[in-house]
Design a protein. Structure first.
Length: 113
């Protein structure tokens, strides 16, 4: 747990979140500023800064984020959805604890802004 990390605090239950799924490894919770009717984040409870800091030891964990993200999307009524990881401020990352956005429930354009 990183003391000054918002998502570590959410994972530890120190800051409340609207949780959709939780197990020993992962937490899914609704984004506080949703960009689509369904917009939630999946985080590992373990602090990893961003995709560039994923190691071989994390591969199963990162794969699980995709499987659980798809499962929670389905539970929330969306079969078509977008998964996004932002890596670095220039790419739009604002919280430096790795997270996968799951967005759905509306038509999504491509390319992203
Ligand atoms: P990023 O821009 O780093 O890819 O995504 C961070 C996301 O976290 C943003 O979509 C933002 O709305 C969301 N967020 C920031 N602070 C909080 C918070 O305290 N609670 C929740 N649920 N989401 C947050
Ligand atoms: Zn963290």
């Amino acid at each position: 747990m990183m003391d000054d990390c918002l998502f570590c605090k959410i994972a530890a239950g120190e800051i409340p979140a609207n949780k959709l799924y939780e197990d020993d490894d992962l937490l899914a919770f609704r984004d506080i500023a949703p960009q689509a009717p369904v917009h939630f984040l999946i985080i590992p409870k373990k602090h990893i800064k961003d995709p560039a800091h994923v190691t071989e030891a994390d591969e199963a964990l990162i794969g699980k984020m995709m499987r659980v993200g798809a499962q929670v999307a389905k539970e929330n009524g969306v079969t078509d959805f977008r998964l996004v990881y932002n890596n670095g401020a220039e790419a739009g990352q604002t919280v430096f604890h790795i997270h996968m956005h799951v967005l759905g429930g509306r038509s999504l354009s491509w390319p992203p802004g």
